[in-house]
Structure formats: structure tokens, C-alpha cells
Design a protein around this ligand. Structure first.
Ligand code: AMP
Ligand code: GLY
Length: 400
């Protein structure tokens, strides 16, 4: 099979897929040095539909799993499917649920699923969002006029239409459903930490850490009331969704509200989620890609997981490249999993190559135990400017 992508999420996917006895060969495009431990990496970018098509033909792969959103939104899945390859990942039309906030709002309205209300004027408190893809950096939460004054030009600079939303209060949770176009299978919930700094301060990022499961929620109930009607609406519009439908929810006093939909696994939620999954993951993805996941079961183990993102010093403003990384072996020897997110090999040395550099994941009997193990392991890793939040899963760990 062929896995498309090069981040920490894809390393976690490669690690999990490599455990399947049914896997014969794992190929990755383009992959990263961590992924290369589990499969063969090819220098083809995820957005290069023709390159991927050529690779899939040349390798005669039976399944392509697409990790990131950009290739899906650009229609890479359609090109592969048209050539007869099974793809785990939605078509361009279905991926618009992530690629266009206004399309997502339209689907939600038609499906009768509650979302954050849209406002016609930008007045604080409110949230300003770029309509298209912005790698988690197109959302500006404005509590004050000052924040709004700063957000409007920054959002306009992204060169996209803007959506203004009511600012909602509540706990956020990521809920994932594996979809075959018609059926949904709920996966364990997770929570991610989007802000750059401790105490949820600073700008939004792709995500600075995660844990799974999120406390006190019933994923089956949420998937029934949110993902299922959305899947039905997409199918009704002749855009059946195959892949992971990921709802970013906020649990308000009035009930759950959808903040966004994504058309793929979350990053870094996946790094906390996959180590907890039991059942045959590869078979589940293949069944969904083939259009019938009705018999699939992917139960979660009892142990919670915590993931820390080790980022470049200036992330999210900029990344880092070429700084040597050390301590991964020691971190792994302590029992943690280390997933590569933005790394490269230079003269046989592992160096930084991106904004989010590594993800450290640990399981434990409790969230507190998993958290302690993850922080102990992260402390063993170093590279110039390395930075991580110190409060990932802190509140959840304090709840017994
Ligand atoms: P999104 O990319 O739409 O999920 O937004 C990124 C983050 O911005 C979310 O995880 C929330 O923390 C925050 N956010 C987005 N929309 C809202 C909203 N309507 N009310 C409050 N916070 C929001
Ligand atoms: N962690 C949020 C995302 O993957 O969009």
C-alpha cells in the first residue's frame, strides 16, 4: 500500500499500519526519516497527483491512504480512484467539507446539525475565519476590539473570503468517524491544544499536544447526531464521503456545536488515538476504501494516551531547519513513542525541518501516568530552540 504525507500523523499511521500482519509492503510519498523505519519512502509530493498516480501504477499498490487535507481538497483521491486504485480519503467534492467553510456551513444547515452561528458584522466578541485551507492558522478569536482590529488585516492578508462567527464558550473535543460513504464507525475521542503557549495563550497553531480519550463524552452518540446526518447529506449530493470525517466540536451549555469539519485524521490527535486502537486497522481502512466498512470494529484499549509536540522555537511564525536532534533513542527506551513531524536527514544526521518537529506519545494507566511518561521522555530530547507546552492534559490529569 501507499501512504501519502510526511508529518507526525503520517508517522503514526505508518507505525500502526506496519503492525498489521496483512501488510505486504508499505510505500510512502514523500514520508520522513521516522516513516522510513516502517516503509519505503519515495520523493513524490502529496499534491503531485500525476506523480502519485505513476507511483501507484509502478508499485501496483492495492490501497492508497492519504494523510493530509491539501491533496484531498485538490482532488488527488479522484485521480487515483479513476485509475482503479482503492483510496482511503474523500473525493474533491466531499473534501470541500474542510476546504470551504461556507460549503461546510451549507451542508450543516441542510443536515440540521448545529454549528457556530454566522454573524453579518464583525463586532467583538466574534471569530474571524478564512474560508479556505490555512493549516490551522486562518482562525482569529477576537474578544476585544483591539484583537479584532489586528485580526481583520491579518485574515485579509490570507487572500480568501472571510466568515464571521459567534464566539462560543465550552470544552473543545475532536470526534472522528471512519466512513465508507454510507456507514460510520466512531473512533476514540481526543482533545488537542491549538494555542501556541501554556494557558491557551498565543496564536493558533496546527496543534501543540493532545490526549485521548476526552472525558465525559459519548462518541457514538455524537457520531450519530453529527457525522451521520452530514454523511447522508453528502451522499444525497452525490459526494459520498470515504475516509475520516473529523468534527471539531465545542460543548456549549446549549449542547455540542460544530466549529469545523476536517476530511482526514487530526494532527496531533492521531498520535494519541492510534496507539489506543485495537482491531485490525489496515483491514478497516481497506474495507472503507472498498465501500463497505459495516463489519469493522475498532475498539479502544483502556489506557489513555498523551502526546506532546516538540516545536521549533519560533513556531508558528516560522520553522527551523538543519539543527541537529538528539535524545530520541533515550526517549524511546523510556517506553514512549516518538513520531517524526518535521525532520530530515542531512549527512546521515537527523536535523530539524519544519515547525512541528517531533511528537512524543505515551500510554499509561491514567492520564496522569501517561502525561508524566510523555514529559519525562520529551525532556530527554534536544535540538536548538526546542519548545513544548508544559500544560498538555494537565487539567484532565488532575481529575481522578
Ligand atoms: P477551526 O479551525 O475552525 O476549528 O478553529 C480553530 C480554533 O479556533 C478552534 O479549535 C477554537 O479554539 C477556535 N474557534 C473557532 N471557531 C470558534 C467559535 N465560533 N467560538 C469559539 N472558538 C472558536
Ligand atoms: N489538530 C487539529 C487538526 O488536525 O486540524
Amino acid at each position: 500500500m501507499l501512504l501519502v504525507g510526511s508529518g507526525g500523523r503520517e508517522h503514526a499511521l505508518a507505525w500502526k499500519l506496519a503492525q498489521s500482519t496483512a501488510l505486504t509492503e508499505l510505500h510512502c510519498a514523500p514520508g520522513n526519516p521516522g516513516i522510513a523505519r516502517h516503509g519505503h519512502c519515495h520523493p513524490v509530493r502529496g499534491e503531485d497527483a500525476e506523480g502519485l498516480l505513476g507511483l501507484a501504477r509502478e508499485l501496483a499498490v492495492d490501497l492508497v491512504v492519504v494523510g493530509p487535507e491539501a491533496p484531498l481538497v485538490e482532488g488527488v483521491g479522484d485521480a487515483l480512484r479513476k485509475s482503479g486504485v482503492a483510496v482511503f480519503g474523500p473525493s474533491r467534492a466531499a473534501a470541500a467539507i474542510e476546504g470551504s467553510k461556507s460549503f461546510a456551513k451549507d451542508i450543516l444547515r441542510a443536515a440540521g446539525v448545529p454549528a457556530a452561528p454566522v454573524l453579518s458584522v464583525a463586532r467583538p466578541p466574534c471569530v474571524i475565519k478564512a474560508d479556505g485551507l490555512a493549516a490551522g492558522k486562518g482562525v482569529f478569536v477576537c474578544r476585544t476590539q483591539e484583537e479584532l482590529d489586528a485580526a481583520l488585516p491579518a485574515a485579509a492578508a490570507l487572500g480568501q473570503a472571510l466568515v464571521i462567527e459567534e464566539l462560543l464558550e465550552g470544552t473543545e473535543v475532536s470526534v472522528f468517524a471512519l466512513c465508507d460513504g454510507a456507514n460510520t464507525i466512531a473512533l476514540p475521542s481526543a482533545q488537542d491544544f491549538k494555542r501556541a503557549y501554556d494557558g491557551d495563550e498565543g496564536p493558533n497553531t496546527g496543534g501543540m499536544g493532545s490526549y485521548s480519550p476526552a472525558p465525559d463524552i459519548d462518541v457514538n452518540e455524537l457520531v450519530d447526531s453529527i457525522h451521520r446526518p452530514v454523511l447522508a447529506e453528502l451522499a444525497r449530493r452525490d459526494s459520498p464521503f470515504v475516509g475520516i470525517l473529523f468534527a471539531g466540536l465545542i460543548l456549549t451549555e446549549d449542547g455540542p456545536r460544530v466549529l469545523e469539519f476536517n476530511c482526514r485524521f487530526g494532527d496531533p490527535e492521531t498520535q494519541s488515538l492510534l496507539p489506543r486502537l485495537e482491531g485490525n486497522f489496515l483491514d478497516a481502512l481497506a474495507a472503507a476504501a472498498a465501500g463497505d466498512a459495516s463489519g469493522v470494529e475498532l475498539p479502544a484499549g483502556d489506557e489513555p494516551a498523551v502526546t506532546l509536540v516538540l516545536a521549533a522555537g519560533d513556531y508558528p511564525a516560522s520553522g527551523d531547519s538543519g539543527s541537529p536532534i538528539s535524545g530520541i533513542d533515550a526517549a524511546e527506551a523510556s517506553g514512549a513513542l516518538v513520531f517524526h513531524a518535521g525532520t530530515a536527514l542531512r549527512d546521515d544526521r537527523l536535523v530539524t525541518n519544519g515547525g512541528r518537529i517531533l511528537d512524543v506519545t505515551a500510554l499509561g494507566a491514567t492520564i496522569a501516568a501517561a502525561r508524566e511518561r510523555a514529559y519525562d521522555a520529551a525532556a530527554l530530547i534536544s535540538f536548538a530552540g526546542a519548545r513544548y507546552r508544559t500544560d498538555i492534559a494537565k487539567e484532565a490529569a488532575a481529575v481522578v
